[in-house]
Design a protein. Structure first.
Length: 83
C-alpha cells in the first residue's frame, strides 16, 4: 500500500461480463491464493456481485478496504487478506 489512500493490489481480478455466482467464486479463489496481508482488487459490472463479494469477504474475516462504484455500471472492491 502507498500513502494518499492509494492502494496497490497484489492481485487484480476482472470479472466484468460475469454474473453471479461466477464473480463470487473467482473472488474467493483469488483470496485463497493470497498470502496474509496481500490485497485483491476486483473490478466488475454486475451490481449484485459487489454486495455478495463484500459480504463474503467480511464473513470470512477479511478486511474490505474499499467497495464503490467507479463508473456508471462498473464497481471495484479491494480486500486485504487477514487469515
Amino acid at each position: 500500500m502507498t500513502s494518499n489512500n492509494e492502494i496497490t493490489p497484489d492481485k487484480p481480478l476482472d470479472v466484468r461480463g460475469d454474473v453471479c455466482p461466477r464473480p463470487r467464486m473467482l473472488a474467493r479463489m483469488a483470496l485463497s491464493n493470497l498470502e496474509v496481508g496481500q490485497v485483491l482488487r476486483v473490478l466488475g459490472d454486475y451490481g449484485p456481485s459487489l454486495a455478495n463479494i463484500r459480504r463474503d469477504a467480511t464473513e470470512e474475516g477479511q478486511t474490505v478496504l474499499r467497495a464503490e462504484m467507479v463508473g456508471e455500471v462498473e464497481w471495484e472492491i479491494i480486500v486485504r487478506k487477514e487469515e
